[in-house]
Design a protein around this ligand. Structure first.
Ligand SMILES: NC(=O)c1ccc[n+]([C@@H]2O[C@H](COP(=O)([O-])OP(=O)(O)OC[C@H]3O[C@@H](n4cnc5c(N)ncnc54)[C@H](OP(=O)(O)O)[C@@H]3O)[C@@H](O)[C@H]2O)c1
Length: 251
């Protein structure tokens, strides 16, 4: 089975490509640095030729609303045109839990546009929606940093390891298309303040954590449940404590 992984060199894409290779699949891990660009279309149709499954794990280099909309819209249109030419039988994408509940966040609006393009593509599909990756906590923390404090929302969060997300994508790609979305999340739910306090302690950052209702999520105001799964989600195996120990080299 030939599997085309767009964004196959990224955080999730590289893990997915290597797991599928170990499973004996014929994997093409595509990315601009490998001469395949889904935004411009460069090299796309030739690289996708003969693919049975298309997995899109690419990402916009900017989280700005217009840039991310332009990226996911143009890139998805090019992917769909090439997938139709190649006769792709299953289109898998990775979206974000809560995207539908946070329309004030331009990046998440762009992810919804991507989801709708996949649903309307006519190609059998599976949408995997993941919560925030553990690997993304540092970026969230930077967005909440104000001087020598970290000011966070009161909301709940259920982050997941990139390895667990990759396993869910691989299982989806090797199964029949679901023609719907399903959610994946980490094994534990935290208050954002608890999670960030644990993260700061682990990296020896002595800053105080404060809670404020005005601290949103990259421009969106959060409700208590905005970032957690809407229904029964597939849960990852790796806990935050295991992940942070591994990241810190304390095995
Ligand atoms: N961060 C989170 O917490 C989170 C949560 C849920 C879902 N997601 C979703 O997960 C997906 C993957 O995220 P990630 O963190 O693995 O991304 P990443 O590490 O930034 O990797 C992005 C990949 O996309 C490739 N790419 C960029 N522009 C491209 C183009 N024009 N054509 C083809 N490939 C291109 C990159 O290739 P180069 O290296 O050559 O640029 C790279 O391989 C995203 O769609 C994101 O929305 C993220």
């Amino acid at each position: 089975m030939k599997i085309f992984v767009n964004g196959g060199t990224g955080l999730i894409g590289s893990r997915v490509a290597s797991r599928l290779n170990s499973n004996g699949c014929d994997v093409l891990a595509a990315a601009p640095q490998r001469g395949v660009n889904s935004l411009t279309g460069l090299g796309l149709s030739a690289a996708m030729d003969g693919a049975d499954v298309l997995i899109d794990l690419s990402n916009s280099s900017s989280f700005d609303a217009n840039a991310s909309l332009n990226f996911f819209q143009r890139s998805s249109a090019n992917l769909i045109a090439s997938a139709n030419k190649a006769g792709v039988k299953h289109y898998v994408i990775l979206s974000v839990v809560g995207a539908r509940r946070l329309p004030d966040n331009g990046y998440l609006r762009a992810k919804l546009v991507q989801e709708n393009m996949v649903k309307n593509s006519g190609i059998p599909y599976t949408i995997v929606r993941a919560t925030q990756f553990f690997e993304f906590i540092g970026s969230m923390m930077i967005s909440w940093s104000v001087g020598n404090k970290v000011i966070v929302p009161q909301a709940l969060i259920q982050p997941i390891a990139a390895d667990d997300v990759a396993n869910a994508i691989v299982d989806a790609a090797l199964s029949a298309p679901k023609n719907c979305a399903f959610e994946v999340a980490g094994p534990q739910r935290f208050r954002v303040s608890q999670l960030i306090t644990k993260y700061l302690a682990a990296i020896d950052d002595l800053r105080d954590v404060q809670i404020s209702e005005e601290a949103g999520y990259f421009g969106a105001i959060l409700e208590e449940d905005s970032l957690i799964p809407e229904s029964a989600a597939r849960l990852g195996a790796v806990s935050f404590d295991q992940w942070i120990r591994f990241k810190s080299g304390i095995l």
